[in-house]
Ligand binder design. Sequence first.
Ligand code: ACO
Length: 385
Amino acid sequence: MTKYSRIIGWGKYAPEQILTNQDLEKMVDTSDEWILTRTGIRERRIAAPEETTATMSVQAARAALDKAQLRPTDLDLIIVATSSPDHFLPAVSSTIQDMLGAKEVGAFTLTAGCTGFVYGLATAHQFIASGTYENVLVIGAELISRFVDWEDRSTCVLFGDGAGAVVLTASEMPGGVLSFVLGSDGSLGDALIVPSIGCKEPISQKVLDERTHYIRMDGRRVLKFAIRIMSKAAVEAVKASGLSLSDIDLLIPHQANLRIIELTRRHLGLPEDKVFINVDRYGNTSAASIPIAFCEAIEEGRVNEGDNLVMVGFGGGLTWAATVVHMGVLETLPRLVAWRFVPVGSLSLEEMKVIARATMDSLVFKASALLLPLYTKTGLRRRRK
Ligand code: ACO
């Protein structure tokens, strides 16, 4: 029998050390003004030397389990989304399973860049909806500061470390995870890449000399992709859930860049109070960004029982994913709609408006350097109020 998968626990962990834009000004040729206007980031967290992706994950997972009032031994499956695991082998998910004191249940690591957490939610949902498992832990964690080239100003100002976790449980009550959209376009893979240290180019002196073991990014290509895909994925997930955009109470986007978030909000036609933003305080924590934002949104009273949330992200791959989650009992839910494609040619007026706004922005993208002050300054001014 198909079951509903409800989020009953959530937790986050952010390292103590704060690295501000002013600190970065002393490290590379950059400025607070450049970072703030291009990204909306003011500061990010950096893990201490003794911390790892596993230790941060365990902190977030314990908080999520406490909230869910479950013990680690109640878990049936552990899914960890990360692109910065402790080792290639063993999988960090197994390390986390052991550190948590969970039973010898299945645990695996999933890599889909910053989109990984939503991929993890989608996967957990399948195991629960099929009746296979009761309690699944999904973690998004990233210690990306150790894969960043601290001499490359175009990437090192963007990222931060952290972890977020949720516990999903099987329920007979309609609600929980309602729908998914997952996607990838590997033809854009080189836009965000660690060029070496995989099997294609193992570690060597040449790699170290050329610093290709660090993240390289073509920021403009990623930006263009993100602007196109975020609203598209969100609207498809909303449609697949059987809801409409007007039913959405809060959008929790991947926190990569305030400009991308603002444009996504505008494309979707959502008011500012329906979008959660914390990129200013954490930077881009990749797979941890959405679960950390989800936890903070709840902590700040932005999520109430009965709310419909959209989580949407993009990342290395390039990948994208969106999901709609109902946070309480929804008596009128027509039926559980698992991941499905939205048929072409059946667009509602609402969808057409979103596509029109997104298309318009794509057209003006090439001139976006000129429009940048308009997007960022208005966004930042509103945030400061
Ligand atoms: N400080 C000062 N100048 C810088 C910095 C910096 N930190 N970094 C780059 N620059 C310079 C460049 O050298 C370039 O100079 P040039 O024109 O003389 O060659 C110039 O700034 C580029 O400026 P813009 O074109 O205005 O930069 P843009 O508007 O593209 O903004 C940014 C750059 C912020 C990286 C943007 O492209 C972006 O946000 N892209 C998406 C990035 C993203 O979201 N990545 C993560 C995605 S996936 C994931 O989350 C893992």
